[in-house]
Design a protein. Structure first.
Length: 467
């Protein structure tokens, strides 16, 4: 959408900039194209981005409201942004839009140890919040791999997951209430501070995962948990991905509750070793990492070890102490960065399937890699069936780029065929919006659009995303 006024005159940039400056300090508005274009994309490949008209960097709720009122008055699209670590193009610019970056709204407003909540602004970095609540003996479980950079607002926008989802769930489980600036600048408060509450429709959950298409989150009330004991981990080597997946199913069927159950295939293990000199076993076809954060962690790890051996593990190596456990988990966090270093570009898929179909997903992905003659590494939140096949390719090679895109689609089709979903935690954005319609069907899409129309009748918020 281009910047135009109601009479159809082109190029309203001077008027837009002047209007924004009526409620923003000069340092909170970027208009130099050489600067604004650097904000135009997140970390996803194959996602188109437009040319923004401006970047707004508000520090207060009132400033966000001013931006939205200005946008509505001038019919200018707005794309909310966090740290832009997303992998679906959800934060990519539209032509002529205001990029509304929330990173300057980075205050932790409250940590309440009795109610076990934190109240934060959207620009708070996940790891900063996690450390702050840990100092108070509390725990904020969602921990995306990019937790040192990603923001709580971005996590809410994409309903992020992380390594500990198998036990603790995803971001949506911890968002109790939100303050949201609507498209017309009104402030909406949803949810609660209480431990439970069922008054009215659950609008809070509606905004979680909406990718900034319904409103702009400016404050969040987050649930916390008591800090658990330090995690102890083990690594198990397997001769095949299928054997590792069989162990995952056995662990879950046995009723065990690991705080982490992650899988890395051979390609990923070798990439991590090459990048970080981690010393992981390169002869393995699949490496399974398990961890417990309970007082009886050694007993839990022993039980997992036995189940891994029964499933065909060639080696089971418990970490000797907490430091060694954290080293194993750091290796897993490096996976996406390590795979990204193998080729000039990557496409990171995010297909989640039922745990019982996990082996079929990994074996099918390997078959797709062979069919398209591509390097595809897989790391996975195995405990909840969320796989991240990473297609590695050279964008300068036209044929390889074509094969990469086609293989990406084949992987999503495989996930749906196995009863899964096209995205477990990265969101739809630009990258997967064509696939959203396939997953939801015509009635589902009609209802989705009706919700969008109710909150954003002019279609100004993050246009071109989701559908």
């Amino acid at each position: 959408m281009d910047v135009k006024d109601d009479t159809g005159e082109d190029d309203l940039l001077p008027r837009l900039h002047a209007s924004l400056l009526e409620g923003l300090p000069a340092e909170a508005l970027l208009t130099d194209p050489g600067v604004t274009t650097s904000y135009a994309t997140d970390m996803a490949a194959f996602c188109a981005a437009g040319t923004p008209a401006a970047v707004a960097l508000p520090r207060t709720v009132e400033q966000v409201q001013h931006v939205m009122r200005t946008a509505t008055a001038l019919r200018v699209p707005v794309v909310p942004q966090g740290a832009r670590t997303g992998l679906s193009g959800a934060a990519n610019a539209s032509d002529g839009c205001i990029l509304l970056s929330l990173v300057k709204m980075d205050r932790i407003l409250e940590i309440n140890t009795v109610d076990r909540i934190a109240v934060v602004e959207p620009g708070v970095v996940n790891a900063v919040l996690s450390r702050a609540v840990a100092d108070q003996g509390l725990f904020y479980p969602p921990d995306p791999s990019s937790w040192e950079q990603c923001t709580i607002g971005g996590n809410i926008g994409t309903a992020s997951g992380g390594l500990c989802c198998v036990k603790y769930g995803v971001t949506a489980e911890y968002v109790l209430g939100l303050d949201v600036v609507l498209a017309d600048g009104r402030l909406l408060r949803t949810g609660r501070r209480t431990a439970k509450g069922v008054a009215g429709y659950d609008l809070t959950r509606l905004f979680v995962g909406s990718e900034g298409s319904l409103g702009v989150v400016v404050r969040a009330v987050l649930a916390l948990r008591p800090a658990p004991p330090r995690r102890l981990a083990l690594a198990a080597e397997f001769p095949s991905a299928a054997a590792a997946c069989a162990a995952v199913c056995a662990v879950m069927e046995a009723g065990l509750t690991p705080s982490l159950l992650e899988l890395m295939d051979r390609t990923t293990v070798r990439a991590v070793n090459a990048l970080g000199k981690m010393g992981l076993p390169e002869t393995t076809e699949a490496l399974l990492l398990a961890a417990f954060d309970t007082p009886d962690a050694p007993e839990g790890l022993a039980a997992v070890g036995e189940l891994c051996r029964a499933a065909g593990a060639t080696a089971v190596v418990p970490a000797e102490d907490e430091a060694e456990s954290e080293l194993l988990l750091q290796a897993r966090r490096m996976s996406l960065t390590a795979l990204d270093a193998l080729r000039p570009a990557t496409m990171i898929d995010d297909v989640c399937v039922p745990r019982s179909r996990l082996a079929e997903m990994l074996d099918g992905t390997a078959a797709i890699a062979r069919a398209y003659d591509l390097l595809i590494g897989v790391c996975a939140h195995a405990g909840d069936g969320n796989t991240h096949p990473v297609v590695c390719f050279d964008p300068a090679d036209e044929d390889e780029t074509r094969r990469a895109r086609e293989s990406f689609d084949e992987i999503m089709a495989l996930g749906l065929a196995l009863g899964g979903t096209i995205t477990g935690e990265h969101g739809v954005g630009v990258l997967k919006k064509e696939w959203l319609a396939r997953e939801l069907g015509p009635v589902g899409m009609e209802m989705q659009r009706a919700v969008k129309q109710a909150f954003d009748p002019l279609g100004l918020l993050n246009p071109g995303k989701l559908f």
